[in-house]
Design a protein around this ligand. Structure first.
Ligand SMILES: *Cc1c(COP(=O)(O)O)cnc(C)c1O
Length: 462
């Protein structure tokens, strides 16, 4: 199994190399050279299996020789043992043909744990074998950072630096990043928004001298291994509802396009997914792009669903790569235009290809609050604001197939928005009840690349 860059001019890598590398050296993202498929019988046989077994069968064809079957099974088991629910990704019914896939039972209460807990295990196993040490730098709108810190804290061969936008994450998110006491964990509060943080991260990857010196590794959803881990729950949910014998629709609260791209991969693997619906908040660049064909950044407006407050949606590049017939040069040109002009136009052919797979919808701030209230009143479920964006858009797309909306975070991670909408203060699970008593440790930074690189060099001694 080989991995190629979406911009066509970086080295072809193995799974292990692609996982440890993150961003390709030509600025692109790694994707599998070909997507393996499961037969109808193989998909049918997943029904009723434990989540870990489904994870093994779905991911195994992608990892090549990186781990033996037995090693891989052990790593998967360790990744999910800390989850607070035996089903790992339980499915709940909201309405006659509408279901909620709860992805928030991991250690930091957001779906990011599914990928990050696994990546932590895979990194540790691969680095333990080679004896290498890496520096992980991540940019976060809140949930990736806490999930990464939880997955990598205390590991021997890894330092982890997380850049988050100062003042723009929820208090629970911030405390999950700033309270772990492990000395290999470094939370950096950056002046700016998520796109500032993500831009700094990309610039570090493009500074080859720095990149090689600290052995930079990325765990943002640009990392293929993260996307892969998220493919699994599309299968587990769909077979519970009757796939492969019927089609299932999914609606995904979307920011950086990683989660929904995993659904696209599941579909390419043979899972009969009908509609794949992108749900955005008022930061709706993806919805506008699919509607008009023009991908144009407008600056981020902070919302009550902050993990989706993104304008430059990195993983969309992976979808564009396929929509342009895997023409890396064409993708590289679009990304150049985006960098210089802040926009690009999708060709008619590529737009048609995207619309064949993806539908989309957008929800305002008031619409999000209304959706939280409505779901509580009609289905007795208290949703986080991101999941509420999802259910609101899903309701506009209900058809003959069962619809599954991904619930991406626990309501207690965003208590202010939930309380404002319903008057109910969602409680943290007991295992985190002391979060507000633990001391915080954070370094405030401006958005100056060189200053951040200097800090990383100093702290790692590289
Ligand atoms: C990260 C995140 C999203 C967006 O997921 P993408 O993969 O970036 O599209 C949505 N909701 C929550 C709670 C998140 O943490």
């Amino acid at each position: 199994m080989h991995y190629v860059s979406t911009r066509g001019s970086a080295p072809v890598l193995t799974f292990e190399q692609a996982m440890l590398t993150g961003l390709a050296r030509d600025g692109g993202l790694y994707v599998p050279e070909t997507v393996p498929t499961l037969t109808s019988e193989e998909i049918a046989a997943l029904a009723g299996l434990p989540y870990e077994e489904i994870a093994f069968r779905v991911m195994r064809p992608f990892i090549g020789e990186t781990f033996t079957d037995d090693e891989f099974k052990v790593l998967i088991a360790k990744a999910y043992e800390g989850f607070g629910h035996d089903a790992r990704a339980p499915l709940k019914q909201l309405a006659p043909n509408h279901f909620l896939l709860e992805l928030f039972h991991g250690p930091t209460l957001a779906f990011k744990d599914f990928a990050m807990q696994l990546i932590g295990q895979l990194f540790q196993a691969a680095l333990g074998r080679s004896g290498d040490r890496v520096t992980i730098v991540g940019a976060t709108s809140g949930d990736t950072g806490s999930a990464a810190i939880e997955a990598f804290r205390g590991l021997k061969n890894v330092d982890v630096f997380i850049l988050y936008p100062h003042g723009r994450v929820s208090e629970v998110q911030r405390r999950q990043m700033t309270t772990p006491a492990d000395s290999n964990v470094h939370a950096l509060a950056v002046d700016g928004d998520f796109d500032t943080c993500q831009g700094l991260l990309k610039d570090m990857f493009n500074d080859f001298e720095f990149r090689d010196r600290v052995k930079l590794a990325g765990v943002n959803s640009i990392n293929w291994a993260r996307v892969l881990a998220q493919v699994v729950y599309y299968f587990s949910a769909a077979v519970s509802l009757g796939a492969p014998h019927r089609q299932i629709d999914f609606t995904v609260p979307t920011g950086n396009f990683g989660d929904i791209f995993a659904g696209y991969i599941a579909k390419k693997m043979g899972l009969p997914i009908g509609q794949l619906v992108i749900a955005t908040n008022q930061n709706d660049i993806l919805h506008r792009c699919l509607t008009s064909g023009s991908y144009q950044t407008e600056g981020v407006t902070p919302s009550i669903s902050p993990s989706m407050d993104i304008q430059v949606s990195s993983n969309f590049e992976r979808a564009l790569f396929d929509a342009y017939g895997r023409d890396g040069a064409a993708v590289a040109q679009l990304m150049d235009e985006l960098k210089t002009a802040g926009k690009f136009d999708v060709s008619q052919g590529a737009l048609e290809a995207l619309r064949e797979t993806f539908a989309s919808g957008r929800v305002s701030e008031e619409g999000t609050s209304e959706s939280i209230r409505h779901t509580l009143a009609h289905s007795a479920e208290l949703l986080c604001p991101h999941s509420a964006v999802g259910t609101a858009v899903a309701e506009q797309h209900l058809g003959a197939n069962p619809m599954v909306t991904l619930a991406t975070a626990h309501p207690a991670k965003f208590p202010a928005a939930v309380e404002a909408a319903t008057g109910i203060h969602p409680a943290l699970p007991p295992r985190m009840a002391d979060l507000f008593d633990r001391p915080e440790r954070v370094t405030r930074m401006t958005g100056d690349l060189k200053a951040i690189e200097a800090l990383i060099l100093e702290r790692t001694g590289a």
